[in-house]
Design a binder for this molecule. Structure first.
Ligand SMILES: [Zn+2]
Length: 115
């Protein structure tokens, strides 16, 4: 285990409203992490260091939803040994959309976009 992705647990309706508001406020990069169909973790205004972990198409970590005392949590785990000063990354696994967010991960197998 590397770190838990901490934030406010919110439902889809609230996430939609907040996403729109954050866009209007010009808050770059949305820190909304989907747990399941109707549960989202919003780390925009209260989160921890996990919110700064970048996406990579060839990551050294992965995100997994686990249950702790019947509460769902997102935890970042390592896939392999990680060296000192090596950047920690995981695959965001964003759903495919028409409006593409370019990927700048630089991996050999980079798929070119996050979504
Ligand atoms: Zn990439």
């Amino acid at each position: 285990m590397v770190i838990e992705y901490v934030g406010e647990t919110i439902r889809q309706v609230i996430a939609d409203r907040r996403e729109q508001r954050y866009e209007e406020e010009g808050i770059g990069g949305s820190y909304l992490f989907r747990i399941d169909q109707d549960t989202i973790i919003d780390a925009t205004k209260c989160g921890n260091l996990a919110r700064f972990i970048n996406h990579s198409c060839n990551p050294n970590c992965y995100a997994k939803v686990i249950s702790v005392e019947s509460q769902k949590k997102i935890v970042i785990y390592s896939r392999q040994p990680i060296s000192i000063n090596e950047e920690i990354t995981y695959n965001y696994k964003f759903p495919i959309e028409d409006t593409k967010i370019p990927c700048l991960c630089g991996a050999e197998n980079c798929r070119g976009s996050l979504n």
